[in-house]
Design a protein around this ligand. Structure first.
Ligand SMILES: Nc1ncnc2c1ncn2[C@@H]1O[C@H](COP(=O)(O)OP(=O)(O)OP(=O)(O)O)[C@@H](O)[C@H]1O
Length: 262
């Protein structure tokens, strides 16, 4: 699968954004990468996607060291995708259907397969009502769903989500949560999520890496990590509210609000 070993990354202006980072995406199905502003999350994602090349260290995909020639990168992109935080970075066409179909058309899939895959992606992301809408009429949250559909349609094994719920209202956040759960549970994907919303990460993820000033400060199963207040403080991260309820009100430790109240 996908792994980075002792990766460091330095930008041209000498900023060291990653410092000796090792991450193995076999450790979970929904992996959270958390850290405060500037901790190195986006740089980490771009290294995993082959968009940046580590200054030191190595990336391995399916057991082979990643090379940066076109053929190897094309193969990586067939298997590893990303949904960027800003949907405008990802939407190119004026019509929703065409936008979702774009990458498949580029890869020369036949019309029938394109239709099937686009329709399935539209269903899985709950945007059937938007199918024929011009993209410039869509709200931010609707564009976000279209950008997710445009990635899901590629059927890659591993999908990175950069801040998938930022700027979304409650129903849209719930929709994204369902999409992420379906991707891992029904479609057997591995997803990697970065977010500043600790409640969202706590509820969704099964394994966590904490990045702090470019270094991995801690890694482990979600509950175990979020119970370590000293580590959260060091990384300037908030305790999820379900952890607070457990620690300060003596309630059982629950993974979701539903589990606590119903
Ligand atoms: N193109 C660049 N040139 C120089 N330094 C950069 C560049 N991009 C990012 N950095 C620096 O690298 C460090 C890590 O940035 P990065 O964007 O990866 O962090 P992040 O965890 O994604 O932050 P945020 O949560 O704010 O999005 C920061 O110190 C940032 O200023």
């Amino acid at each position: 699968m996908l792994e980075m070993l002792n990766v460091s990354y330095m930008y041209e202006d000498k900023t060291i954004a990653l410092n000796n980072v090792s991450i193995d995406l076999k450790k979970g199905k929904k992996i959270g990468i958390i850290g405060s502003n500037g901790a190195g999350k986006s740089t980490l994602f771009m290294n995993f996607l082959g968009l940046l090349k580590p200054t030191k260290g190595k990336i391995f995909f399916d057991g082979k060291e990643l090379k940066y020639d076109k053929k190897t990168l094309d193969n990586l992109r067939k298997n590893v995708g990303i949904v960027f935080q800003d949907p405008d970075k990802q939407i190119f066409f004026s019509n929703v259907y065409d936008d979702i179909a774009f990458a498949l058309k580029n890869l020369k899939y036949n019309e029938e397969e394109i239709k099937q895959r686009v329709e399935s992606s539209i269903r899985n992301t709950n945007i059937a009502h938007l199918r024929n809408k011009p993209v410039h009429f869509l709200s931010y949250g609707q564009k976000k769903n279209v950008s997710i559909a445009g990635t899901v349609v590629m059927d890659q094994k591993i999908i990175f989500f950069d801040e998938p719920n930022a700027g979304l209202d409650y129903p849209s956040k719930e929709n994204v949560k369902n999409i992420l759960n379906n991707l891992t549970e029904r479609e057997n994907k591995i997803i990697v999520i970065s977010s500043h919303d600790m409640n969202f990460i706590y509820e969704i993820c099964d394994y966590i890496y904490i990045l702090n000033k470019g270094c991995i400060l801690a890694e482990g199963e979600t509950r175990e990590i979020f119970l370590r207040k000293e580590i959260l403080d060091e990384a300037a991260l908030e305790e999820p509210f379900l952890i607070k309820i457990h620690k300060y009100f003596g309630k059982p430790i629950c993974k979701s609000e539903k589990e606590l109240f119903y």
